[in-house]
Write a protein of this length. Structure first.
Length: 290
């Protein structure tokens, strides 16, 4: 009998990472072709691993057949193909010839999201919930620039953004290095404030340049934590001027938003994503044309 899968990311006060020194020299800028190649490789790698798993498990005829099964399930359940592929790879396999991947699974409704402006009827949509989370955080931090990232395969993947230009979103499409405030917040499992990007030592020069060139001089990152205190994602606000910090009530409101959305993400994984896996399993057992 297959075990139910936890979210793949599973296994306080705000921290201030501002620095006093000034940046030396010109900031390196990646070529667009290099960014495009890196993002294609990262995006394709997870899907390719999942295709291999499906080929081996179900004896499919080709990777195209495996891709078609995942694409159909991702569309039907309104989840990202990369999320479904990650689930295929990380979730313990069903028993051999089992009709159900998760027999006896109990399904529950989504947790409440008080204070989040989720569009009516969209309470089970990840896209709608992430959009509402970003809107809530930017309302508290009083800025029009921000982004949401989700944890996948040991890195953060950009899932939502507003007010940020293409170079920023391409550069931070995937984050797997500790040289950003979002990755530091994820690692420390607490909010992180960067008062001045220009002088904060947390950034490597390429990351610093990518943030400054979009018009951001400060940032604040809020981890989206599940009930076990594991960050499943991150919401970051970006600010045109250096920050002086946030009040305790503001930090508390941001922390509550991070907890609420983190619990919702955990529910989404163990409900909607596993529903998609169950559908994928049944379709693969039926075979093409059934």
């Amino acid at each position: 009998m297959s075990q139910l899968s936890r979210h793949p990311a599973e296994g306080g006060s705000a921290a201030d990472v501002s620095g006093s020194g000034s940046r030396q020299g010109s900031a390196p800028r990646w070529r667009q072709d290099d960014l495009d190649l890196r993002n294609r490789l990262y995006g394709r790698a997870g899907v390719a691993r999942a295709e291999g798993v499906l080929l081996d498990r179900y004896g499919l005829g080709s990777t195209d057949e495996a891709f078609a099964l995942m694409k159909k399930a991702s569309q039907q359940f309104n989840i990202k193909l990369s999320t479904l592929a990650d689930a295929v790879v990380r979730t313990p396999a069903p028993d051999a010839d089992a009709a159900l991947w998760f027999p006896g699974r109990v399904r529950r409704g989504p947790p409440a999201l008080p204070g989040l402006p989720v569009e009516r009827g969209k309470g089970t949509s990840q896209g709608a919930v992430l959009a509402a989370a970003l809107e809530r955080v930017l309302s508290i931090t009083q800025t029009p620039m921000g982004n949401v990232q989700l944890s996948e395969r040991g890195r953060l993947r950009l899932a939502r953004h507003t007010g940020l230009n293409r170079y920023f979103t391409d550069f931070f499409a995937f984050v797997d290095a500790p040289t950003t405030s979002c990755s530091q917040a994820a690692g420390q499992r607490r909010q992180v404030t960067v008062r001045d990007v220009e002088s904060a030592p947390v950034f490597d020069e390429a990351s610093r340049h990518a943030i400054l060139q979009t018009g951001s001089r400060a940032a604040h990152s809020v981890p989206l934590m599940n009930r076990r205190g594991v960050p499943l994602g991150m919401v970051s606000s970006h600010h045109e001027r250096p920050l002086t910090g946030f009040t305790q009530p503001e930090l508390a409101a941001l922390r509550q938003t991070g907890s609420d959305v983190g619990r919702w993400l955990a529910w989404h994984w163990t409900t909607v994503v596993l529903d998609a896996l169950e559908h994928l399993h049944a379709a693969a057992l039926r075979g093409p044309g059934d």
